[in-house]
Design a protein around this ligand. Structure first.
Ligand SMILES: Nc1ncnc2c1ncn2[C@@H]1O[C@H](COP(=O)(O)OP(=O)(O)OP(=O)(O)O)[C@@H](O)[C@H]1O
Ligand SMILES: [Mg+2]
Length: 450
């Protein structure tokens, strides 16, 4: 083969090879294009599916959100939400209803500062701070202010509000309107107090009835002094030996005794009155002295030696003076009854003293004491060991009520040969209690009637 023919053959075969390679490449390209087209189709379709799904999910979410808002809104409980700065960002219909503030009026306002009653602000601020720290509070009672500045009592459960990533974004409060309940409770409390006051009064009148004889004795003392002074003066005048000084002395004596008799009657009258006024400052030593003013003479005539040990300095207590006297009289009459049955030298010691917190009024007798088995029952109403018509069994139970109302305690124990009743009452701290300090009087031990 010639050189030319070889070249021509070579070129032909090269062209052939290139042709077939191109055909192969074109085939491949076509196949790839088809694959690409199919993939594109698939992608478009799945993209469409995805879009559909997202749209559906969004719709579901909007619906769920709407439902949740609706649920919160129409829930029969006041519900609100605050951001991390305590600013209101949710306020449901129930809250709109009970406060008169619409959602738009309160959103953006500070909950504690603008809607909580002043006295409840510090505690409420604490509850919210705790919720922001993750500590929930249950049944926190507080007063919410309404648009017309009235009060609504709410019982609140607070919890932390978090976003989807768990980050704290605020506080959710779900409450319960307890205004009516609080009113009913206050009403019941008032009724209970009134009933207790009636029992105190009834028992006091019983004491008073029992004391009629005692008071007769008390009055007898000044009357006999007056009678003696008048008789002596008359005799001296008949004899013509009554000098000016003598007459003045006797008349002064008569005057003083008349005053004492009037004081006893006055006190009796005051004792019968119901304690309606606000509590006042009471000197416990004065209560002891006044009680002895009503009963001291009777005890003396019964042969009972009454000893008083009254601390020189003694803080005031807060209460109704007549009620405290009533308690002391109950203790004295119980001791008198126990002493009337005991042999030996009957004695009652009344002590008043204080430590840095309390004032103590302690009554100790040597009347044989209280049978140990009865000790747990003596403060029960109507518990008495006395015969019919002698005791009602109300004395100690009423005393217990009076002392408890004054935030104090009264306990009974047996010591040596008798009983001891110890009353502990919180002492008045200047400016701490809401009492009229002008009721405080200076204690004069010489007012003790012997
Ligand atoms: N100092 C005391 N010594 C012995 N027993 C006492 C003493 N104080 C109280 N008791 C007992 O406690 C009981 C209850 O006392 P409380 O004063 O409540 O009622 P009462 O004295 O029986 O009746 P009331 O005081 O109503 O006339 C008495 O009946 C008595 O048994
Ligand atoms: Mg009694």
């Amino acid at each position: 083969m010639s050189q030319d023919a070889k070249l021509a053959a070579f070129l032909k075969s090269k062209v052939e090879r290139e042709k077939s390679a191109r055909a192969e490449a074109e085939q491949l390209l076509e196949a790839k294009s088809k694959e690409l087209y199919a993939a594109n189709q698939k992608l478009t379709s799945s993209n469409r599916d995805l879009e559909k799904m997202v749209a559906q999910r969004t719709e579901e979410l909007v619906f769920a959100n709407k439902e949740l808002t609706q649920l919160i809104d129409t829930a029969n409980a006041p519900i609100f939400s605050l951001d991390t700065k305590g600013i209101i960002n949710e306020w449901n219909q129930q809250l709109e209803k009970i406060t008169g503030f619409s959602r738009n009026q309160v959103i953006g306002r500070c909950f504690v500062e603008e809607l909580v009653a002043p006295a409840d602000k510090p505690l409420m601020a604490e509850v919210i701070l705790n919720a922001l720290k993750g500590d929930e509070t249950t049944n926190h009672e507080f007063v919410l202010l309404t648009r017309s500045n009235e009060h609504v009592d709410l019982l609140l459960n607070s919890s932390t509000r978090r976003d989807a990533s768990g980050k704290t974004v605020g506080v959710v409060g779900i409450a319960q309107d307890v205004t009516e309940l609080t009113k009913v409770r206050a009403e019941q409390d008032k009724e209970r107090k009134e009933a207790a006051a009636q029992i105190i009064q009834a028992s006091k009148l019983a004491t008073l009835g029992e004391m009629a004889t005692a008071v007769a004795h008390e009055l007898n003392q000044p009357l006999s002094v007056i009678r003696m002074a008048a008789g002596n003066t008359r005799r001296k005048m008949v004899r013509g030996t009554a000098g000016r000084k003598y007459l003045t002395d006797k008349l002064e004596r008569i005057e003083a005794q008349t005053e004492r008799a009037a004081a006893i009657i006055d006190h009796m009258r005051m004792f019968g009155r119901e304690a309606m006024e606000a509590p006042e400052l009471v000197d416990p030593r004065e209560a002891v002295v006044n009680a002895l003013g009503l009963m001291g003479q009777q005890l003396k005539l019964a042969g009972i030696n009454v000893v008083t040990e009254l601390a020189e300095d003694c803080p005031f207590i807060v209460g109704h003076p007549i009620q405290i006297e009533q308690v002391i009289l109950n203790l004295l009459s119980n001791s008198r009854d126990s002493l009337s049955e005991s042999a030996g030298r009957p004695k009652i010691v009344l002590q008043v003293f204080a430590d840095d917190k309390c004032v103590y009024i302690v009554s100790t007798d040597n009347g044989g004491g209280i049978p140990p088995a009865l000790l747990p029952r003596i403060f029960e109403p109507f518990f008495t060991t006395k015969e019919m018509g002698k005791g009602t069994g109300l004395g100690l139970s009423v005393s217990y009520g009076i002392i408890s109302d004054m935030k104090g305690t009264i306990v009974a124990e047996n010591i040596d040969d008798g009983a001891r009743l110890t009353i502990a009452l919180p002492q008045y701290l200047i400016g701490h209690d809401d009492v009229n300090e002008s009721s405080a009087r200076e204690f004069k031990a010489d007012s003790l009637i012997d």
